[in-house]
Design a protein around this ligand. Structure first.
Ligand code: NMX
Ligand code: MLT
Length: 439
């Protein structure tokens, strides 16, 4: 058994015993109340699942195993740029709760390289799709097509006992993560580079190899990919892609089908697709204004016009966060460090100066600040990855790390089928009538 798997087995077995004993004593203890607004309002804030890999604080933002993004940047093993953390190291941290050594992180790069062979029929399946199929649709189809390789599905079919679910899930997780960069790069090259594909590198880390297969050899872009694939990886369990993965995974769907479901959630414009919407919105604004250096007044007018059309300002607002997203700030810092001047980056920063005030003035937007998607596109455009219809795939490759590490935990801890209660408005009216009668 490899070191990571052994560590995961030991830690998850110990936690399983601990959870059993704490539930034996405290399972009836109330941890939350639910009001009617929450039932109709997208279940905001309701504590209803366990997610071990990360936790979100409305003010401080995300913590991965209790480590903030600046702490990850300082403490995780780095790629060859020497500055940005390796997503491999973050996966290790999320899976076993320990910062790996450089040798352990590099060993994981090597392990994923060994597992990276994508079955040929996945490419044939992609090639059968019309070239204008959205990149996220292609991504979801390709992940489903890879399901033929699922060890979990094969072993379940052979009668695998429950206490081995974690093992088969771990194996699928490792293979799937190892294969995603080539699948994702293939989608980019068939859609935007005339099907001129690039073979994987035998020396690059997971992010560097992905950048290489996309067709980008610039070392700064590879550094950006390490940061990008780290910061998008996980955002606790309640976000739509994570929760979908958790729900579908709870049916014992194998990791391929489960992850594909999560990616279909990520493809929505209120969630991960917002990264393409942001840059589209900026390009449309620049086109309409006929300048790449709009003034703050011009941007404010454009924001008002967007709102007047009944549309949202993409990249702003959040269901949980109530401050600027630290993932936005991390990308802003990257831009300040690496990019001397770029018109689109400058526009993103001017939008940051203008939008919060306007959204606050509406009186209904709970969080007027930028989220992760408000910045990512401008950095990609800077390095030449301008095809924004592809951006959510990058988010998805990263999100695999968090949601699949969490799926390993759910299987190891033996979490049951998720099945919350729904009510009808008729039930609500009846409840209110009874409530009134009692008052
Ligand atoms: N622009 C305009 N209106 C907004 C925005 C925005 N960026 N954000 C929230 N609102 C509106 C929202 O539509 C709602 O209006 P109404 O009552 O008329 O339906 C009102 O403000 C209250 O919404 P909130 O409670 O503040 O936000 P909620 O938790 O419902 O939604 C988002 C959160 C993220 C869906 C919402 O802020 C939004 O639509 N933002 C733009 C899309 C976006 O950037 N999504 C990416 C999120 C991050 N990610 O990657 O997943
Ligand atoms: C995410 O990264 O999943 C988004 O910020 C959405 C969320 O947390 O709800």
């Amino acid at each position: 058994m490899d070191t990571l798997k052994k560590k995961f087995y030991e830690k998850s077995s110990a936690l399983k015993v601990e959870i059993k004993s704490l539930l034996k004593e405290h399972s009836e203890l109330m941890v939350d109340d639910v009001n009617l607004g929450q039932i109709y309002g997208g279940a905001r804030d309701i504590k209803m699942m366990v997610w071990e890999t990360s936790e979100l604080d409305a003010m401080e933002g995300i913590r991965f195993r209790n480590m903030s993004i600046p702490e990850l940047k300082a403490q995780l093993p780095k790629g060859k740029d020497g500055k940005e953390p390796l997503p491999e190291a973050l996966f290790w941290l999320m899976l076993v709760g320990e910062v790996p050594t450089q040798a352990e992180a590099d060993g994981l790069t090597e392990e994923w390289r060994k597992r990276a062979t994508v079955p040929a029929h996945v490419f044939t399946t992609l090639d059968a799709l019309p070239a204008n199929t959205h990149a996220m649709t292609q991504f979801s189809i390709a992940i489903n097509a890879m399901q033929t390789e699922s060890i979990f599905a094969a072993r379940y079919d052979e009668g695998m006992p429950k206490d081995e679910y974690w093992d088969a899930t771990y194996e699928d997780t490792m293979n799937l993560i190892a294969r995603l960069p080539q699948v994702a790069a293939y989608i980019y090259r068939r859609t935007y580079a005339g099907g001129n594909h690039i073979a994987p590198s035998a020396t690059e880390d997971w992010s560097g190899n992905y950048a290489h297969m996309l067709g980008f050899e610039n070392e700064e872009f590879k550094a950006l990919m390490r940061l990008y694939l780290t910061i998008h990886a996980d955002h606790e369990g309640g976000n739509a892609s994570a929760h979908t993965t958790h729900l579908v995974g709870s049916t014992l769907s194998d990791p391929y089908l489960t992850f594909a479901a999560g990616m279909n959630a990520l493809a929505g414009p209120l969630h991960g697709l917002a990264n393409q919407e942001v840059i589209k919105w900026i390009f449309d604004m620049l086109d309409e204004l006929g300048t790449t250096t709009p003034s703050k007044e011009q941007i404010a007018d454009y924001v008002h016009a967007t709102l007047a059309k009944g549309q949202v300002v993409p990249g702003y607002g959040h269901a949980v966060l109530r401050r600027p997203d630290p993932r936005f700030m991390a990308q802003m810092e990257f831009a300040k460090e690496y990019i001397r001047h770029d018109d689109v980056v400058e526009v993103v920063w001017k939008v940051f100066d203008v939008v919060p005030g306007i959204l606050s003035s509406l009186g209904k937007v709970k969080n007027p600040w930028p989220n992760v998607d408000a910045h990512s596109g401008a950095l990609l455009v800077h390095y030449g990855l301008k095809e924004y219809g592809y951006y959510t795939v990058l988010f998805g490759v990263s999100r695999a790390l968090g949601v699949l590490a969490a799926l390993c935990w759910s299987r190891a801890l033996g979490f049951p089928l998720e099945r919350p209660k729904s009510v009808t408005t008729e039930w609500v009216k009846q409840f209110l009538a009874e409530h009134k009668a009692k008052a």
